[in-house]
Design a protein around this ligand. Structure first.
Ligand code: 1BN
Ligand code: ZN
Length: 358
């Protein structure tokens, strides 16, 4: 499990001293969070959610990371800074439970947008209304766009909503992948030559409404209709605009922060895309993290793209399904900066191979 990091990073894991990340959660007030609704589905007024009122945000003051869980220096992970990604994770967890149309998700949206603005990313919002079993809910997709010189688009995805389970703060599901994608945005929106694609555009979508909204006895009731609202919205919008034909590959990350990270080949993912990413991971020494076993298919945000014939892959560690998944135990102690750094490293190093694939 830890072999990959040893091979890649020499002795960084052992040498790392106790990392303390102070994440003082400032009082952020969402002022005018939503812009005029542009809805690819049907626009209606959103209802107030009825299920599982989320608990108040818990202030996060400081988080200790054990030496073996520390991120290597960014210079050892192709510039991807796992410690920065970790700060994004802690910040999101500090907002508390983040189901759609709650004050905490509005703060998360403001946070994502402010970080993208800091990084100089061009960004577009899609405010839409999703019709769910608990009523109409206002949702927002946020898409950062790094223009290329060519026609093709590589689209990275994460969801940033959390499941509507009381006291669920989602360190792994969904703060981990959102943290990684924010760090990817920093790298690729800034014009360093090392983080520039040959010709494709890189779009990074932060999706709302991945989770089922219906929750019974504390369990989310996932169905094809009650799930992946943001992803369905984005795929539909891109189909209407004609941009979907330009999308060469969709790379979804979800639940990739587990301290004991193990990512298996997901059955509904496009084989060549899986091969490129797993080949990269192996080359970097992460063969014990990106495992050759298969899993799933796992219903997730890549499905609306696969269903429309787009190449897509889901990077997901679903081992937590047996333990803390969708429980209040999905907290900061279950995840590590090191796992974020490994996934970021593999993403950065995989992009050229994805772009070159014919
Ligand atoms: C991912 C995160 N998912 C839900 N939260 C999708 C999923 C659904 C994963 C069912 C495994 C089983
Ligand atoms: Zn989930």
């Amino acid at each position: 499990m830890r072999e990959g990091a040893r091979t890649q990073g020499g002795t960084w894991a052992q040498q790392a001293t106790l990392l303390r990340v102070a994440a003082i959660v400032s009082a952020m007030v969402c002022a005018g969070c939503s812009t005029a609704a542009t809805n690819a589905e049907k626009a209606t007024r959103a209802a107030t959610p009825t299920a599982a009122a989320p608990a108040a945000a818990q202030p996060v003051t400081a988080t200790s990371v054990a030496p073996g869980d520390a991120a290597p220096p960014a210079s050892q992970t192709a510039g991807f800074d796992g410690a920065r990604a970790w700060e994004h994770l802690v910040k999101q967890v500090g907002f508390g439970p983040r189901p759609p149309q709650t004050p905490a998700i509005a703060r998360t949206q403001e946070y994502i947008k402010s970080q993208l603005a800091n990084y100089g990313c061009a960004e577009e919002d899609d405010d839409f209304t999703a019709h769910t079993p608990i009523g109409a809910l206002r949702m927002k997709n946020i898409v950062a766009k790094v223009p290329g010189t060519g026609r093709e688009i590589i689209l990275l995805l994460t969801h940033y909503d959390t499941v509507r389970v009381t006291n669920f703060v989602g360190a792994n599901d969904s703060a981990s992948s959102t943290a990684v994608m924010l760090e990817m945005a920093r790298l690729y929106c800034g014009a360093s030559p090392a983080h520039k694609l040959a010709s494709a555009s890189l779009w990074i979508a932060f999706l709302d409404g991945e989770e089922a909204q219906s929750v019974i006895d504390g369990k989310a009731q996932w169905t094809d209709e009650d799930s992946v609202y943001g992803s369905r919205e984005l795929a539909a919008r891109l189909a209407v605009s004609g941009d979907l034909k330009r999308v060469k590959a969709v790379v979804l990350a979800d639940m990739i922060g587990d301290r004991n990270l193990e990512i298996r080949r997901e059955a509904n993912s496009t084989p060549w895309l899986v091969d490129v990413i797993w080949g990269t991971a192996k080359r970097l020494g992460y063969g014990k993290i990106f495992l050759d076993d298969r899993q799933g298919p796992v219903g997730d945000d890549h499905d609306p793209f696969v269903n429309r014939g787009v190449n897509a892959v889901d990077l997901i560690d679903f081992e937590s399904g047996n333990t803390f998944w969708h429980t209040p135990q999905d907290a900061v102690d279950k995840v590590s900066p090191r796992s974020l750094a490994i996934v970021g490293h593999v993403l950065v190093e995989s992009l050229p191979g994805i772009e070159k694939h014919r």
